[in-house]
Write a protein that binds this ligand. Sequence first.
Ligand code: FMN
Length: 168
Amino acid sequence: MDFYEVIQRRRSVRKYKTDPVGDDKLHRILNAARLAPSAANRQPIFFIVVRDDKIKQRLKDAYSQEWFFTAPMIICACALPDKAWKRNDGRTYIDVDVAIAMDHLILAATAEGLGTCWIAAFKPSVVKEVLNISDNVEPLILTPLGYPEVIPASTYRKPLNEIIREIK
Ligand SMILES: Cc1cc2nc3c(=O)[nH]c(=O)nc-3n(C[C@H](O)[C@H](O)[C@H](O)COP(=O)(O)O)c2cc1C
């Protein structure tokens, strides 16, 4: 699939088939995330891949939407704030680093014919407990990963002229 087609095809998928995802596909998707750039190349991120049904059940206390759990796996993008690059004024770029890696993962999943959905509205304390995540690590984004049961229509985007300011 052409790069621009991948970008056009990506959707937030909220209905999944239970069909398993092959290890080769998963490996390519995670590797795409690994290749993401990060500020000062600190790479302050890792991913937890959850396939275990019992753990998935326990994650329902963190995010209760049933559709989320029909996908065969859930991926949790974790940030390592202490490792992230900070600007001189102290501003951290951790969220940018995680977002880039996550977007690589999500676009790679689209290229593999798989669905994903960025999820931020979860309870981090529950995710930390269920996934045994240590204090210095922040679970930042979750996504299901699986074959879409329904591919949603595209959602509204502002026209280009509303998001570009040219200084000539
Ligand atoms: C950082 C981020 C957090 C998001 N969190 C949630 C969420 O908690 N629950 C949800 O259903 N969708 C979530 N979304 C998905 C957005 O609602 C979705 O990307 C947006 O409506 C555009 O739709 P599209 O992804 O299908 O193009 C999130 C997206 C981003 C980028």
